[in-house]
Design a protein around this ligand. Sequence first.
Ligand code: DGL
Length: 258
Amino acid sequence: MRLIMNNQPIGIFDSGIGGITVLKKIIEILPNEEYIYYADTKNAPYGIKPKDEVKRHIQESIKFLISQKVKAIVVACNTATSIAIKDIRKKCKIPIVGIEPAAKTAVERRKNKKILIMATPITIREEKLNDLLKSLSAQNSTDLIAMPKLVEFAENREFESDKVKQYIKKELKEYNIDDYSELVLGCTHFLFFKKALSDIFPDSVEIIDGSIGVAKRLKNILQEQDLLGNNILNIKYYYSGERAENEEELNELLISYK
Ligand code: DGL
């Protein structure tokens, strides 16, 4: 007997609403699935907390998703991927897909200038990203910048306000934005700020993220393992183990995100 069935749901996990940007890309190519979107809002933001504490929160979240009998999990959080993906893979028998800053794509597409990667403080500090840059021989052509407050702005649904733009400009003060030809959004929450960022950076800067790559990887894995569903699209949202009461608002966010 098969242990995993095709019509079990897919779990999508993030500390908050950031992973909704990834869910959107996944639904576009995998519409016949049921999804459980799990936001660990009680413990967000992750990126500025001690690593061991965040690891514990991630473990709890994954445990919950497993209890919901998901057939696969997408860790739609760069921070969680960077510190816990190996542990999660070790503990779970189902397919696990993580997300990391799309440095490889940026290196492949790099034009004449440097690459700027925006992420949380944890992601920037961790070995995973620094090893990736080393393997791409991109340490000297890449700068890293932490933008932790954008996570807070996103959780407050503040995406384009003057306060948001002032904060981004303030954090960029030490950087010359004309030095870059690619901007990598290495935190899923940051994808909600594409408009604000494109207002600040020159038009020549290409904004890159890894969400489409994650969606394609998930589809490939499900196909390979004969696990594609034939469900009617359905999404259930959870906040740290409790069913979210504002599902309509979250669905709106999902629909309006481009
Ligand atoms: N959305 C997450 C990421 O991609 C983390 C945000 C946070 O909780 O700090 O890194």
